[in-house]
Design a protein around this ligand. Structure first.
Ligand SMILES: NC(=O)c1ccc[n+]([C@@H]2O[C@H](COP(=O)([O-])OP(=O)(O)OC[C@H]3O[C@@H](n4cnc5c(N)ncnc54)[C@H](O)[C@@H]3O)[C@@H](O)[C@H]2O)c1
Length: 375
């Protein structure tokens, strides 16, 4: 199969993971790196043997490039994606898809008009452990899922991050930063979200930075640093999610921050920020948890969603880490905040399917298709 020629826009921290992992997928041919800061693009091209480092405009003008991986900062996700779509290239954004639902709507409409695809992180739900959760749930191991809890609580990032202000500005906060991992994992397991409600507050303001080099500076908190949401899934399960940058020493099990409760048992789901981890289930009548065997054996890591998208382009089938799912996640995140502001539950569009489960196994670095594309 012809590899897909890829350009990377945004050569910061996370680009290392993409450039490293992409090597494991022959379908991905990383042809060029670009960044507002040309030195950053040059450095990554040299480090990972990418043939070209260039400006964003040069990359977008290169007709050989079919797909752009957009690894810029969240505030630039929509503008870079729109330019890419305008250049008639497929685009795969880091999370979140965009900072507002309006921006994301513009992106989806533009992609439809230009007949190109949008993909979006996170792709951790394609990881071997999360696919094992999906398989076990689809096989009825815990019966019909009736409820879920998801927790991401910490005290914030000003103690370690060198430049933490963006975490406390609009488009940041614990929900927009970490919610995509948890909500995408839940949609993969339980399907579309029909309605959300929530409470949110700015609980600790201002923040004093204790990391270097900005030690001692303060940050005004402009977006809720604690968001509690209730999620009604279209299939009937009721979820509770809490994301917080205002909670010190949360005692929940960080290795299994998501729990799915079913009519026949309970499942502990590993950290959705990771691709692997142990999957534990306990039947209603059981006394002990047992570990589910993870059968998928494809490579784990950031690039998996892009590799699936590249195969999907060649095979003319839907890709899994899609703009549609990322849009649903963004709408739910914005829904929690709007519900908190207005006191009104927010009804969401449910006209999308769960992404199909990944097939078992991998031959020569090529992702295999599932025996049956379960919805
Ligand atoms: N760092 C992580 O651990 C991590 C993990 C998961 C996801 N992410 C996501 O990845 C994305 C990037 O994060 P990062 O940590 O690599 O950030 P970063 O600040 O290290 O890198 C971002 C890069 O994008 C470039 N850039 C910004 N605006 C641009 C534009 N308009 N055009 C071209 N280049 C532009 C910057 O010059 C910089 O080199 C974010 O969306 C973040 O949410 C990061």
């Amino acid at each position: 199969m012809d590899p897909v020629k890829i350009g990377i826009i945004g050569c910061g921290n996370i680009s290392n993971q993409y450039l490293e992992l992409a090597r494991q997928f022959p379908i991905l041919d990383i042809a060029a790196c670009a960044d507002l800061n040309l030195d950053a693009a040059r450095a990554q091209a040299e480090k990972y043997n990418v043939p070209q480092a260039c400006t964003v405009e040069q990359l977008l003008a290169d007709d050989r490039i079919e797909l752009v991986i957009n690894l810029t900062i969240p505030a630039a996700h929509a503008s870079v994606a729109l330019k890419t779509i305008e250049a008639r290239k497929h685009v795969y954004n880091e999370k979140p898809l965009a900072v507002t639902v309006d921006e994301a709507n513009q992106m989806l409409a533009a992609a439809e008009q230009k007949q190109v695809r949008i993909g979006c992180a996170p792709d951790t739900f394609l990881g071997t452990a999360h696919q094992a959760c999906r398989k076990a749930i689809d096989e009825g191991v815990i019966g019909r899922p009736v409820a879920a809890t998801a927790f991401m609580l910490c005290r914030g990032h000003e103690t370690w991050h060198p430049s933490p202000a963006f975490y406390y500005k609009v488009g940041g906060g614990p929900m927009f930063d970490m919610g995509p991992y948890y909500l995408t994992a839940l949609i993969n397991l339980l399907g579309p979200i029909a309605r959300v409600t929530g409470s949110a507050g700015i609980q600790i303001d201002p923040r004093t930075i204790t990391s270097q080099p900005l030690n001692g500076q303060t940050i005004d908190v402009e977006t809720p640093d604690h968001v509690a949401g209730t999620i009604e899934f279209a299939q009937g399960a009721i979820g509770t999610i809490i994301t917080s940058f205002a909670a010190a020493h949360s005692p929940h099990d960080r290795r299994h921050p998501i729990t799915i409760f079913g009519t026949e048992g309970t499942m502990q789901v590993p950290d959705p920020n990771n691709f692997d981890g142990s999957v534990l289930v306990c039947g209603v009548a059981d006394k002990e948890w047992r570990e589910v065997t993870v059968e998928h054996d494809h490579p784990n890591g950031r690039s998996l969603g892009v590799a699936d998208m590249a195969h999907a382009i060649r095979d003319r089938r839907p890709h899994r880490a899609s703009g549609e799912i990322a849009f649903a996640v963004l709408a739910a995140m914005q829904g929690f905040l709007t519900a908190a502001d207005t006191g009104q539950a927010q009804t969401l569009d449910t006209s999308y399917d769960r992404p199909a489960m990944l097939g078992l196994g991998l031959s020569d670095g090529v992702l295999t298709e599932p025996a049956s594309a379960a919805k």
